[in-house]
Design a protein. Structure first.
Length: 125
């Protein structure tokens, strides 16, 4: 039978009973798997590799990490505008409408942009 530490488990080739056993014993130690196999009538096969024991490492006091200053949202965006403003983006052949400092609508015509901003954000021009 396959164990969770085996290097290659072909899940699609396993019968349902073995899949259930793998799921029930996943991440468990050898002792638990042996007990599970005895209780369910499976022949016990030892683990391919023993699971790694947690390693304690000594922590050294290092220099404090540098704080990174987050850029404001508007600095990251390519297009910015005032609420209700509509701009034409030439390389995309699109009109874009702004609300709340960000792009909320992209349309092929200025009129479609205006309609959207009126209907959803109450922009009056």
């Amino acid at each position: 039978m396959k164990n969770w530490t085996d290097s290659c488990i072909n899940w699609n080739q396993l019968p349902g009973v073995e899949v259930r056993r793998l799921l029930d014993t996943w991440g468990r130690d050898e002792k638990f798997i042996a007990k599970y196999d005895r209780a369910h009538g499976f022949p016990h096969t030892p683990l391919a590799t023993a699971p790694a024991a947690p390693v304690k490492t000594e922590t050294k006091t290092a220099a404090p990490a540098k704080k990174t200053v987050a850029k404001p949202v508007s600095a990251r965006q390519r297009h910015t505008g005032e609420d209700g403003e509509i701009k034409f983006v030439e390389h995309r052949n699109l009109y874009i409408g702004f609300w709340g400092g960000r792009v909320v609508v992209t349309k092929r015509t200025r009129e479609a942009c205006t309609e959207y901003l009126k209907a959803n954000h109450g922009v009056e021009e």
